[in-house]
Design a protein around this ligand. Structure first.
Ligand code: NDP
Length: 452
């Protein structure tokens, strides 16, 4: 039976676009892609990219202060949100254009429509037309969720933060994950009086305790009012502000409240149930190691599968799918030792196991140093950084590397190569230091601070 396409991709985010373009461009497959919103998906339109631009914008105020300490006769001026927001959205428009062009130039036919599955080889677009394909790839991503509390509708999520009419004077950010902690730093840097509520004992749950402890300490030092063990009970509109009642009994008014309380897969209304495609506990599409669902012709990649919810991982999953299905070379995406950065201020870069995870697994040595970096210390800042290696006693392999420092994201990319290659502590040691840098400490850590 002839199909309209070899591949129909649902979702034009990082994962879907990469899979579509590689399948079409490198294997000559006939490919179509449907996207109901903007091309580029979460990362480009309402995630990584605008977030990083906001991180950059938010860092200039303290840079100006530091510049004064270095002898520059300059004064911090006012931040113009309108100016920045306009430029940021123009940049996102440009990037969306590039995504559309990539698809076009690789011969992928696109539909600006929502698509859902009708059977194992058929999708229906929002205008009712049906298309058939030998393979269907679901790459529909996820979306932020708010807790079910009275007044939750008064709060925004990370979807809306990039579109604020004006910057609030006071803001509450709820959550302790990547998004909450990154935006706490951003808003604080832009001059917003920022409060963060996190229900648990320490933000960034799951990461190395020492590293996240330092991040939180530095965030407080930078002026963010972090309340641990605290959650929102209820909210109400009061004039232009939002009245918030917290679990610690406090009642306060904020100009703006943002929930960064997790994300959920976009897997509803896709027709999965009728086809017998299983959903997991969080609503994610269940796939095997090759991203294949229970229906052999249907695959899923990226956040909708809730494996490791990071753009570069979705891209890898998309490439592995093309390799498997269109290049006849069965390939599992590799989810081991993924380096990642959290763009808090200071940044945190991490690869491999936390000290706590490693200690559960085997006997370890911990090498760690925390110090005031030259550039900021000279400017009179008390800010500290952390360089840490978690090492296997038996194999001497570096099981985890954790960096809290300006530029930690850039550093961990490179340290990640060594760790991925299976470098031992001694391999780090025989690498000559680059002096004077912060990361040179990673190759000069002499004695373990503790063993476990
Ligand atoms: P996370 O799942 O990382 O964090 C959610 C936070 O909200 C947690 O602190 C959680 O607390 C808290 N929370 C959950 N439910 C409630 C509730 N009902 N009331 C109060 N607090 C609640 O989600 P994010 O939204 O921060 O990020 C989603 C994903 O996006 C990340 O996991 C990551 O994969 C990706 N991402 C990656 C970035 C990067 O690479 N730099 C940047 C941004 C996002 P608890 O810990 O107690 O469960």
């Amino acid at each position: 039976m002839g199909f309209d396409y070899d591949l129909f991709v649902i979702g034009g985010g990082s994962g879907g676009v990469r899979a579509a373009r590689v399948a079409a461009g490198e294997t000559g497959a006939k490919v179509a892609l449907a996207e109901e919103d903007r091309y580029g998906g979460t990362c480009v339109i309402r995630g990584c990219v605008p977030k990083k631009l906001m991180v950059f914008a938010s860092e200039y105020a303290s840079m100006v202060e530091d510049a004064q300490a270095y002898g520059w006769d300059i004064k911090p001026g006012a931040f113009n949100w309108d100016h920045f927001r306009g430029k940021m959205h123009a940049e996102l428009d440009r990037l969306e254009g590039i995504y559309r062009n990539i698809l076009k130039n690789n011969g992928v036919e696109t539909f600006d429509a929502r698509a859902k599955l009708v059977d194992a080889h058929t999708v229906e677009l929002s205008d009712g037309t049906r298309k058939t394909a030998k393979h269907i790839l679901i790459a529909t991503g996820g979306h932020p969720v708010k807790p079910d509390i009275p007044g939750a509708e008064l709060a925004i999520t990370s979807n809306e933060i990039f579109h604020l009419e004006k910057l609030p004077k006071t803001m509450l950010i709820v959550g302790g994950g990547y998004i909450a902690s990154e935006f706490a730093g951003i808003m604080n840097g832009l001059g917003v009086n920022t409060t963060q509520f996190y229900r648990g004992a320490q933000i960034l749950r799951g990461f190395d305790d020492e590293a996240r402890g330092l991040v939180c300490e530095e965030m407080c030092q930078a002026g963010i009012d972090v309340h641990l063990g605290t959650n929102v009970l209820e909210m109400r509109r009061e004039g232009d502000q939002v009245w918030v009642k917290a679990t610690n009994g406090e009642e306060r008014l904020f100009d703006q409240v943002m929930f960064a309380t997790g994300r959920t897969p976009n897997a509803d209304d896709l027709g999965l149930e009728a086809l017998g495609i299983a959903r997991g506990r969080k609503g994610e599409i269940v796939v095997d190691d090759y991203s294949q669902t229970a229906v052999p012709s249907v695959y899923a990649i990226g956040d909708v599968t809730d494996r490791v919810n990071l753009t570069p991982v979705a891209i890898r999953e998309g490439m592995a799918f093309v390799e498997t299905v269109f290049k006849g070379n069965p390939t599992k995406p590799d989810h081991a030792l993924i380096p990642t950065a959290i763009f808090t201020q200071p940044e945190m870069g991490t690869v491999g196991l936390s000290e706590e995870e490693a200690a559960e697994q085997e006997p370890i040595e911990v090498y760690s140093t925390s110090f005031k970096p030259m550039q900021q210390a000279f400017a009179g800042r008390a800010q500290r950084v952390l360089m840490k290696l978690v090492v296997s006693k038996a194999s001497r392999k570096v099981l985890g590397c954790h960096i809290v420092a300006p530029g930690a994201g850039e550093m961990i990319q490179l340290a990640g190569i060594a760790v991925k290659m299976g470098a031992t502590k001694e391999d780090f040691d025989r690498t000559v230091a680059v002096h004077p840098t912060m990361s040179e400490e990673l190759v000069t850590l002499k004695t373990p601070v503790r063993s476990a």
